[in-house]
Design a protein. Structure first.
Length: 108
């Protein structure tokens, strides 16, 4: 779907069809976001994955969430709360200098 939407968007750009460009943006955002989200997901899977992380990541999780178990509980709660095509993410907030859980719906 992303390839089709990108082709239509390129055609609209060439024609200067702003109405079509605006109309295609939700599909571009949804399909592009889905591609990026799944690429990150598949890249981070590992044959030996799962379990508790080690090193700096584990220490940061303990610092910011109290324990790995509490982190998993919070990430699960946030992720389950997303309806539709959503994701739960662990990220690093540079301004606050700490880990943060975020939920994104509809492939954002």
């Amino acid at each position: 779907n992303l390839n089709v939407v990108e082709e239509k968007y390129q055609e609209a750009l060439k024609k200067g069809d702003v109405t079509a460009q605006v109309a295609l943006q939700p599909a571009l955002k949804f399909n592009g976001g889905g591609h990026i989200n799944h690429s990150i997901f598949w890249t981070n899977l590992s044959p030996n994955g799962g379990g508790e992380p080690k090193g700096e990541l584990l220490e940061a999780i303990k610092r910011d969430f109290g324990s790995f178990e509490k982190f998993k509980e919070k990430l699960t709660a946030v992720s389950v709360g997303v309806q539709g095509s959503g994701w739960g993410w662990l990220g690093f907030n540079k301004e606050q200098g700490r880990l943060q859980i975020a939920a994104c719906s509809n492939q954002e």
